[in-house]
Design a protein around this ligand. Sequence first.
Ligand code: UDP
Length: 415
Amino acid sequence: MDTTLSEAPFRLVSVADYEPLIGAEAADRLLRKAERLRDFHVVNVNSTYYGGGVAELLSSLTLLMNASGIRTGWRVIEGRPDFFSITKKMHNALQGAEINLSEQKKRIYEEVVYENAVRMHLDHDVVIVHDPQPLPLVRHFRRRAPWIWRCHVDLSEPNAELWRYLAPMVENYDAVVVSLPEYAQKLTTPQRFIMPAINPFSTTNKELSEGEIDERLSRYGIPTDLPLVVQVSRFDRWKDPEGVIRAFRIAREQADCTLVLVGNVATDDPEGQEVFESLHDCEEERIRILSVQDTALVNALQRRAAVVLQKSIREGFGLTVAEAMWKGTPVIGGRVGGIRHQIEDGVDGFLVETVEQAAERIVQLVKDPDLHRRMGEKARATVGRRFLMTRLMEDWLDLIDSFETDFRLRAAPGG
Ligand code: UDP
């Protein structure tokens, strides 16, 4: 059966589109690296097609890699609600929360992943498994190619009991990729550090006219008469939506503004609906809380905002931070995890530790459009330099290439 695509009704974003943003030299270098891996067959496995940063990353990165001649696939594991309830608890525990890890929970987790393995038929040149949900997959395949576990969460203080259980599975992989050196764990497996990145051409990030922004905001009845304070996040306690509301209430005593919290609920996150509902009572004319899946709205809000918050308590890396910064909007971020490496405090945004500090920075940015503009320009330049998808693709190609050489050597006679 011929499974190659026969026609191209849509145009894919390619490295050439990035050239005006990254320069000819960087674009050429990336294309040369892609050429070395031409026709390579790579597969990514995660647990949701939408909602959350991993899905956002994979949708852009897999297409860009295909557009560059590397056959890169994306599979999503399926599971019952009890499976995702357990894996969400694991996600929380990897970020430091307590967990009650019963034998029954382990059994459901391992059994569902085994069932997925049976259906998956992986015989790729590289397998990249994302986050804890599909982690045990590696046990069910005879490995003829490198398997990489890419963990996106903030691993600065994982729950010890959970880590003891997961570590032997992690050690079945050929490499582990986390976002920062401070997430490295005691493991026999080599660990690499790659920070995520954004796609400037996606619906979330592409340029919008003022008219398009107005149209999108009015569709949701978002008032634009006062400056907008915005946080865009899955409804998740680690994103501290209550803290954002408290900071806003303090700030508006000194500066008139409207708060908009926009969030979605990922299919692999059963706690989202509960967190969303717990915020209902906070809603009022100047505090809008929307649960929608509308990336054009995210784009419009991040562009129009006087200030964007990402007041997370834990954050592996905040794509929302990079997205807003790319749009020239200063971000007030929690001084945690990846955010500390994304924002240079006082230069291209602000880092805060408390609700009061967040409130103070909101007032400062709302009242001083000139500060907003200066910080916003620097923020955009930071993302252009460090957090565009081409840089992420290059990091992955370098890693895959190093494994390719290693595996080829091992496979060679006498190797
Ligand atoms: N997002 C979205 N709609 C929402 C909330 C979030 O499209 O209502 C997107 C957001 O723009 C970003 C991703 O989901 O691209 C969230 O990634 P991030 O790294 O900030 O956090 P995660 O959800 O992975 O913890």
